[in-house]
Design a protein around this ligand. Structure first.
Ligand code: SAM
Length: 280
């Protein structure tokens, strides 16, 4: 049975192709790729001549999966690449891998470049826990909902952004995240004009003011842990819930979920509040 190799490719600097990627791309029967012309150039550069290039982009991935599974079934190995970086990370590849797994064939990852990880490790921000948001929705409610979650996000966040929208995004983020949240922007990683600039969003907005060129990753540091709530703040919160009709049990649970306070303190404060469920 053939295998599907998921092959990461350079995000700018061709020197970042791995020895194993060259071996695999040179030996497979077919390479599935987003853009056959673009990946054809990389394959020529490394001297790989697969018998087939299969177009597999956002619109054609399903059809490509059928073809790839036929080849695997016939005993051929196939590789999947995206235009740059790791397939499936804000790029096509996920549906193809899922279809191949579903069909019972082996999937072998070949790790290599990814803009998200490169920007994360260059940021100087915590890396123990991180989340890759990819591209944010451009506007509307979907964007607002994600952003309001990110304000309290305790993990480092990695976001892809277009250079055209960077200026407006940084002004928006400076307002939203304030001057306590540290961040970093990596531009043109692995290329001639590579830069990583670190600071608050106001500092980043000042640095990237005007026309920005190249490819961009934004990394946002974790939100600071919430200040522990005082007994007065807890009581006020409980009273608001009680006057809105909440019972004591739900009021305690909602307060625990909203404020940073020990359960015992919230429970004891709840004993001094008039709850509708306890009124006769
Ligand atoms: N799958 C890719 C990966 O693993 O890196 C990401 C694909 S996503 C469609 C492309 C985005 O990645 C770009 O818009 C940019 O935000 C980021 N990116 C790609 N190459 C980059 C580079 N050399 N420097 C900075 N960001 C880059």
């Amino acid at each position: 049975m053939g295998k599907l190799y998921v092959v990461a490719t350079p995000i700018g600097n061709l020197g970042d192709i791995t020895v194993r990627a060259v071996d695999v791309l040179s030996s497979v029967e077919a390479v599935a790729c987003e853009d056959t012309r673009h990946s054809g150039r990389l394959l020529r550069h490394i001297g790989a001549r697969p018998n087939q290039l299969i177009r597999s982009d956002a619109h054609t991935e399903q059809r490509a999966s059928t073809r790839v599974i036929e080849l695997l079934d016939a005993g051929h190995d196939v590789a999947v690449v995206s235009d740059a970086g790791t397939p499936g990370v804000s790029d096509p590849g996920t549906s193809l891998v899922a279809a191949v797994v579903e069909a019972g064939f082996e999937v072998v990852p070949l790790p290599g470049p990814s803009a998200a990880l490169a920007a994360l490790v260059a940021s100087g921000l915590p890396t123990e826990r991180f989340v890759v948001e990819g591209f944010l929705p451009r506007k509307g409610r979907a964007r607002q909902e994600i952003l309001s979650d990110l304000v309290a996000e305790p993990r480092t966040v990695v976001i892809y952004e277009s250079p055209r929208r960077l200026g407006a995004t940084l002004v928006e983020f400076a307002e939203l995240f304030g001057d306590q949240r540290m961040a970093s922007i990596s531009r043109e990683l692995t290329k001639l004009h590579e830069e990583t600039f670190r600071g608050t969003f106001s500092e980043l907005a000042a640095h990237f003011d005007g026309v920005v060129k190249g490819e961009i990753v934004i990394v946002i540091g974790p939100a600071p842990p919430p200040e522990p709530a005082t007994v007065e703040v807890v009581t006020e919160h409980l009273e608001k819930l009680a006057s809105a009709g909440s019972d004591r049990r739900s009021g305690v649970a909602a307060t625990m979920a909203t404020l940073s306070a020990p359960k015992r303190m919230v429970y004891e404060a709840s004993l001094a509040v008039d709850w509708p469920d306890l009124t006769v």
